[in-house]
Write a protein that binds this ligand. Structure first.
Ligand code: KG4
Ligand code: ZN
Length: 344
């Protein structure tokens, strides 16, 4: 079963063809980072105009790269939320148009739920060669860490999850971007901070580990950003690499600490992470060191599947369509929808 997926929730125009929920035949992503960089963040109107211009060629390229024609497509899926309303509308309507023309099933997908699935999509290529199936990997603790979200979830199967905690203020990626801005670095700041931190001293500055000892599984990053702001005001000649390394260590301590505690609390034997911040090299290094010590399996999405992409949309849609899910033509965008619970 070949599913065409479409993703336009923020600043990436993406289309993909995925076979049977596991095999990525194509995954085309047209990034708008260069377009938004001069503004230091995503400008919604520019984003939707770019989606409008690129959605058709990106879908065309996804079909071409997958060596499929429209007649090989068995279903169409698109992100319907959360995200920017004007951006979501472009992908959702393009996907509806394709499905309507082909007379094939159409399904709207929650972008956050697709992030939960993306590490398993990375894993599924190795699963092909082993006797395991995706269902053997559950239950697991899954962390979504992106520019817009920080969510810790207990996932018991595809489509079955419970939110354990989330950020009460900034998303982790937002904290990286804001601190990078304070340091005069380029947008998006996460990759820049990660790069500079490699040359810095992680123990140089004792930034706060907000909510690390709080019994909840929630996160807070605004106090940490304010601490960096005050530190820079007091120390205008601070070594930028040391600030990056110390700030990054504070974020990673909290992300890794809470994720491991959630695993202990629920008794799961596997952890996964997705979203742009999960590309962070120190985050990956720490999890890779801690998980084997605790006998936990670790699933991290490949870099291309960590950030926004349509392959995760198409892959999740396959599993849902197989269980009989479908959306009405009247499905509207849902810009502020959360991850929710147990969507199947
Ligand atoms: O998942 P994503 O591409 O888009 C959203 O859905 O938000 O995440 C983008 C976020 C940005 O805040 C960016 O600074 C951050 O991920 N990011 C990183 C790294 N690469 C991207 N943060 C820390 N370290 C990185 N290497
Ligand atoms: Zn995302």
């Amino acid at each position: 079963m070949n599913i065409l997926g479409v993703e336009t929730s923020c600043d990436e125009t993406s289309a993909a063809v995925v076979r049977d929920g596991t095999e990525i035949l194509s995954n085309i992503v047209s990034s708008q980072v260069d377009l938004h960089r001069p503004y230091g963040g995503v400008v919604p109107e520019l984003a939707s105009r770019h989606h409008l211009e690129f959605i058709q060629p990106v879908i065309q390229e996804a079909l071409h790269a997958s060596r499929c024609t429209l007649s090989d497509i068995d279903g169409v899926a698109a992100t319907y939320g959360p995200g920017l309303a004007s951006s979501l509308l472009i992908g959702l309507n393009a996907a509806k148009g394709v499905a309507f023309t082909l007379n094939k099933p159409f399904l709207g997908i929650n972008h956050l739920e697709a992030h939960l699935y993306s590490p398993l999509l990375s894993e599924s290529s190795t699963l092909h060669a082993s006797r395991f199936t995706l269902h053997d990997l559950f239950p697991m603790i899954s962390l979504i860490v992106s520019g817009g979200h920080t969510i810790l979830a207990h996932v018991t199967d595809i489509g079955w999850h419970e939110i354990l905690g989330q950020t009460v203020d900034y998303a982790a990626g937002e904290a990286f971007d804001k601190v990078a801005k304070l340091l005069g670095l380029c947008y998006p700041g996460g990759p820049e901070v990660d790069r500079l931190a490699k040359q810095g001293n992680r123990a140089a500055i004792a930034f706060p580990r907000s909510m690390l000892d709080d019994p909840s599984f929630n996160f807070s990053f605004s106090g940490l950003k304010t601490s960096v702001l005050y530190y820079l005001k007091k120390n205008p000649n601070a070594v930028v690499a040391d600030v990056c390394a110390s700030f990054q260590e504070a974020v990673v301590d909290v992300l890794v600490g809470k994720t491991l505690r959630a695993a202990r609390h629920t008794g799961v034997r596997a952890i996964s992470a997705s979203g742009g911040v999960s590309i962070n090299s120190r985050f990956r290094e720490r999890l890779a060191a801690e998980c084997p010590r605790r006998n936990l399996r670790l699933f991290l999405a490949s870099a291309q599947l960590c950030t926004d992409n349509a392959a995760m949309i198409a892959a999740l849609a396959f599993h849902k369509l197989q269980r009989g899910a479908h959306s009405d033509w009247s499905l509207d965008v849902a810009p502020s929808i959360g991850l929710g619970t147990n969507s199947m």
